[in-house]
Design a protein around this ligand. Sequence first.
Ligand code: SAM
Length: 296
Amino acid sequence: MTIREDIATPRRTKEIIQRHGFSFKKSLGQNFLIDQNILNKIVAAAGLDKTKGALEVGPGIGALTEKLAEEASKVTAVEIDQRLLPILGEVLEPFPHVQVVHGDVLKLDLKELFAQQFSDVSGVSVVANLPYYVTTPILMKLLEEKLPLENIVVMIQKEVAERMAASPGGKEYGSLSIAVQYYSEPELVCTVPHSVFIPQPNVESAVIRLKVRKQPPVQVEDEAFFFEVVQASFAQRRKTISNNLKSRFFPKEGRERLEALLEEASIAPSRRAETLDLLEFAKLSNVLAQFGLNEA
Ligand code: SAM
């Protein structure tokens, strides 16, 4: 019996990269994992089993993919960099239940991909060491498309992870926290030292788990408008909610109508957006929508 060596040791990673003449592209956020413990932690946080599927964004040379293949019944990995395809073909050869898709995850029709790849699994989670330059667009696409996901477990920039998981009242709390928490329950799994990557990123990293909600925790009448109100409320963080909403929705009017609507939503005009929780934003956007401001 031959014992397969894990890919993600510094020695084997370097060997594979050198043999294929691969060079890292910073513009594609290529920081590969070379630490078994952290790979195991990421996979464990996803709660996979042999009835479940995993979608990986950016498999690189397959370090995480290989671990996912050992845990899940089906793995689909989307990689943008064509130069990695021969390496992935070689490394993932022992795993016929792993499918590599060449493409940009931001341009793929994910609903169609799910229908093709995951029709026969009991649940799907996204598990990835994300390219940091597109973290937010990728996560928002996964959440906004309302894909049938259980968990999203991703390595991302620590500062972004903290913003996603932030509670009202702090400086990290903002429109990203609200958007992520509307669709999921975020939980910081661990922070990660630079030494687990090759090459090492310039920023600090963390693993976050987003437990995807089946239903949003608040009722909003018009989802697009809810997010518009949130964005407008945070337009200038140091301004009060009343000043931000006035600039966006009532630029030419006096304050009376806006203040009456804020009162109707039980929000003092002097408050700042960072003090409002999800429920308050939902109430505010519902009141503004009731008075037709979503059609203005
Ligand atoms: N999963 C590997 C690991 O942990 O060692 C590599 C992670 S590396 C941080 C990010 C990977 O995402 C790279 O392989 C990169 O080529 C790929 N990538 C970057 N942008 C992408 C996109 N828009 N769609 C799909 N893959 C992308």
